[in-house]
Write a protein that binds this ligand. Sequence first.
Ligand code: BT5
Length: 285
Amino acid sequence: MIQSNESEAPFKMPAPLPAMRRIGSRIELHSLVDSTNGSAFDAAAAGAPDGTVIVAEAQRAGRGRLGRRWHSPTGCNLYLSILLRGPFPRPVLTGLPFLAAVAARDAVGDVAGLIPRVKWPNDLFINDRKVGGILVEARSGGGETALAVVGIGVNVNWPNRAMPDELRATATSLESELGRPLDRPALLAALMGRFDRGYGRLRDEGAAWLIEEWSRSCLTLGRMVTVETASGPLTGLAEAVEPGGHLLLRHADGSTSRLSVDATTRLRPSGTQVPMTGATHALRD
Ligand code: BT5
């Protein structure tokens, strides 16, 4: 069911949509919301089914992780949230940010013929600039995670000159990279289809295949990174992402840290070397 809640639909969904098992059981198209993630939780409280997709043309208060802001101008980008109802086996929950990144990466590949890289934990990058971000939020009820909302933002037809100063040097859009505008409904349809197939596989098989898929196009692995954690920055070589989604960071003294998705990575300038010694692994967290 496609439901347009405003008199002016933000954009038309292409017909037909890809065949989907769970995602897109309901699709809501909005002109303006505070945050599609917030709208998805509101829709869940009002009884919206598993797989509901909330799309908005613009967000007043688009959110990133850890209270950060997601710039969400009108008429040019993609902002969507997918509502999933639990309970969720642990690997499914920890796999969701990776699934969203892989689905968005591959949908961009389908429609634009250009494959973004992924940066741990959840950014999409092209030519070292951020083109998309993912925010997964979960709520529990009765001791189990009852709801998860997967929010995805992709800069599609947003010219670099229209970006705020703080983003101009670090962000990009698909149009800026391709030199031509892209069909947003086609990208949305491809993204939902990719997410649907991947979600079925994640539930059936667990997350190992997904982490492998994700690692194939990862910007972070094999590079020196600085990771901001709640207890301060940690620098080291990004060695692997474990099946549970933790990043394994090896420090100059050979010890390692396992970092959760709550942290934020900064890639160190290329060429920066940190001496690697020792082979002992000490888990710091
Ligand atoms: C993210 O956070 O990258 C997650 C962004 C998720 C946005 C989607 S849109 C649909 C759904 N509804 C929501 O309310 N949110 C989700 P984080 O890793 O914390 O990155 C945030 C940082 O990225 C900001 O502090 C800026 O530096 C930068 N940024 C903000 N807006 C951007 C944009 N449109 N493009 C590129 N970079 C941006």
